[in-house]
Design a protein around this ligand. Structure first.
Ligand SMILES: Cc1cc2nc3c(=O)[nH]c(=O)nc-3n(C[C@H](O)[C@H](O)[C@H](O)COP(=O)(O)O)c2cc1C
Length: 308
């Protein structure tokens, strides 16, 4: 064993290893919610599905975690730095103003995470000044959000390595010599919009529904044919979507087959816009405000010119 280790230097060395961030939560025997920020989480086994994490033996909640039959691993998203800081302090009211989801194992599940795993607390092992907890995964769920990362004592976000070639979505043929604006716009459009549409599709909403609702919000009173042209979706798909949206009260049919958003449609629009705003913030995370403003200004100029 090395003698006379400088703990600070060792901590810095450990901190070179980049990790995600989780909040481990559980219920104490008296029903109180407990939770703390943890980056010692790791996947352990696939068959059976197992995970591990380690808890400082000085933690106030160690007794409660040992006694808890289950624990939840909440993998934080890049917009959840405040939640990480909140659960990294000793406090009686860490769960104040924290939105929780329903849990199959009666656990405090944090909302808005990248993933969560509900685990049976199966064993603990000694690990120096920490106790290692092993859990067997009973339920889990993931989202398309970007994870919050931690390295060198700082929060960071994930970005594709510049040496990794971008994967082009299937069926979309793009030349790699694309210093032309159109391929660049297309690729950046897929990059920004794919997580948004994936999230909608995961929830069973076809892309056409969202495009129709958004388009009618700024260009009302269009017919199905107008819409099909404007949103570049074939008339058969638009017809199917419009029928569904009318039957479910999101669209009103006006004279001359024109369509307009109903009140429910406008409510739905707000939901779509909220998601788009959140996902855009995540996708643009790490770019300077100047870069983003410049990009928006240039795109608006291009659109204004075409509108004349
Ligand atoms: C990024 C980060 C990662 C952490 N990882 C762990 C960990 O793996 N295990 C641990 O016991 N504490 C870890 N902590 C510290 C605890 O979150 C912190 O001590 C918290 O106050 C403990 O909660 P308690 O006081 O309610 O026990 C981490 C803190 C941060 C900011």
């Amino acid at each position: 064993m090395i003698k006379n280790i400088d703990i600070k230097v060792l901590r810095n060395c450990f901190g070179k290893f980049a990790t995600g961030i989780t909040v481990i939560t559980a219920l104490a025997p008296d029903g109180t919610k407990i939770g703390l920020t943890v980056n010692s989480f790791s996947s352990l086994s696939l068959e059976p599905p197992m995970v591990l994490w380690s808890l400082d033996k000085k933690s106030k909640s160690i007794g409660a975690f040992i006694a808890a039959p289950h624990f939840a691993v909440n993998v934080l998203a890049s917009d959840q730095m405040d939640i990480s800081n909140n659960f990294a302090r000793t406090s009686e009211n860490k769960f104040n103003n924290i939105e929780l989801l329903e849990s199959k194992c009666n656990l405090p599940l944090l909302s808005g995470t990248v993933a969560h795993l509900e685990c049976k607390n199966i064993s603990t092992y000694e690990g120096g000044d920490h106790l290692i907890f092993i859990g067997e995964v009973e339920h889990f769920k993931t989202s398309n959000k970007k994870p919050l990362l931690y390295t060198n004592g700082q929060y960071t976000v994930a970005a594709r390595h510049p040496a990794v070639k971008m994967s082009v979505p299937e069926g979309k043929d793009v030349s790699s010599k694309d210093d032309f604006i159109v391929p660049l716009l297309l690729r950046s459009y897929w990059e920004i919009s794919d997580p948004f549409y994936r999230e909608l599709q995961d929830e069973g909403m076809p892309i056409a529904h969202a495009r129709i609702i958004v388009h009618l919000s700024h260009s009302p009173n269009l017919t199905k044919a107008d819409l099909s042209k404007a949103i570049r979706i074939d008339i058969a798909a638009v017809t199917k979507s419009v029928a569904w949206l009318c039957n479910n009260g999101y669209l009103n049919k006006l004279n001359n087959d024109q369509l307009a958003l109903s009140q429910a449609g406008n409510e739905h629009l707000k939901d779509v816009q909220r998601r788009a705003q959140r996902l855009e913030k995540e996708v643009l995370d790490g770019y300077s405000n100047e870069d983003v403003d410049m990009l928006k200004s240039m795109l608006k100029k291009i659109i204004d010119r075409q509108d004349v």
